[in-house]
Design a protein around this ligand. Structure first.
Ligand SMILES: O=P(O)(O)O[C@H]1O[C@H](CO)[C@@H](O)[C@H]1O
Ligand SMILES: O=c1cc[nH]c(=O)[nH]1
Length: 285
């Protein structure tokens, strides 16, 4: 196998990977991903010890031990474009020899759990509740650029959503790791999470600008493909699930429901719900 060119696999002078600024030994096999850089310390404050702290752009990493388990927490910032970089570079740290620039013969599977905030779309997705994404539906175009393979049900869901919204591309659909769902989210509500390419118009919010698709939130709420409905929306889950499937990692996205789009409410205690998800994940991972 040929070595991957320096323009494709970019290794910094100190041996770290380009954006994450990490060496292979800096990451654990169990990873918690958070959007907000300030949320990293809210996870690592529970660690018994921290062995490594690294910072570049929005990617802040703390690796340490929690009750004898080695865990890494990394912030990603917002949006699926960041998740593409995050997943690709994390996988490179685990599965490519950065010195020879050749993929390793043995594949390492990482467990990656996102803990983030989200908006509830249905009456039964209560404000300040915890929701585990069984499925992610991507309204962004990231998978138009990958040879992503979907099964028949996933393709049909994407096609129906494309039709309902009148989009020029087919949304993609991918599932969580059933192993992580059972291990970490066994007592949480399971939902289908819509990943939007923005917080305002793609989530039907109008401040001064009007949205191009009328009644967008109602369209999301009323979407039904043979009983498959959408429960909540945010900005990263589908990209995690699709990248995880292609790269061979176990993925789970956990959501604190901080906005409710049936009652039009926004949470005043988001941090409490996030902290509950953090402690459950640390104990169960
Ligand atoms: O709380 P985080 O993890 O950032 O997740 C959600 O919050 C951000 C928008 O406010 C988006 O990133 C969305 O996915
Ligand atoms: O409504 C919401 C709340 C959190 N994050 C989102 O992306 N949307």
């Amino acid at each position: 196998m040929n070595a991957i060119a320096p323009s494709e696999l970019i290794v910094n002078k100190n041996g770290t990977i380009y954006h994450l600024n990490l060496r292979p030994e800096d990451i654990a096999d169990n990873i918690i991903a958070v959007g907000d850089p300030e949320r990293v310390a809210k996870v690592s404050c529970h660690f018994d010890s921290i062995e490594r702290e690294v910072h570049k752009r929005e990617f802040i990493t703390h690796t340490g031990f929690y009750k004898g388990k080695r865990i890494t927490v990394i912030s990603t910032g917002m949006g699926t474009d960041n998740i593409e970089i995050f997943m690709t570079e994390l996988d490179a740290l685990a599965n490519i020899d950065l010195e020879t620039r050749i993929p390793k013969s043995e594949h390492k599977t990482l467990n990656i759990v996102r803990i983030g905030t989200s908006g509830g779309l249905q009456e039964n997705v209560a404000l300040d509740s915890e929701l585990a994404s069984a499925t992610g539906i991507g309204l962004d175009t990231l998978m138009c650029f990958y040879a992503f393979e979907a099964n028949e049900q996933e393709t049909n869901i994407g096609s129906k959503l494309q039709q309902d919204l009148g989009l020029p591309f087919r949304p993609y659909v991918a599932a969580a790791s059933s192993e992580l769902l059972e291990k970490i989210a066994f007592d949480m509500y399971k939902g289908n999470t819509l990943t939007c390419p923005g917080f305002y118009a793609p989530q039907g919010r109008e401040l001064r600008l009007k949205t191009a698709i009328p009644n967008l939130v109602s369209k999301y709420q009323g979407f039904d493909y043979e009983g498959f409905k959408m429960t909540n929306f945010e900005m990263e889950t589908a990209a995690y699930y699709a990248m995880g499937r292609m790269l061979g990692h176990n993925m789970l996205s956990l959501n604190a429901i901080v906005a409710q789009r049936v009652q039009n409410l926004f949470s005043t205690q988001a941090e409490k719900v996030i902290d509950s998800l953090i402690v459950k994940t640390l104990d169960r991972l």
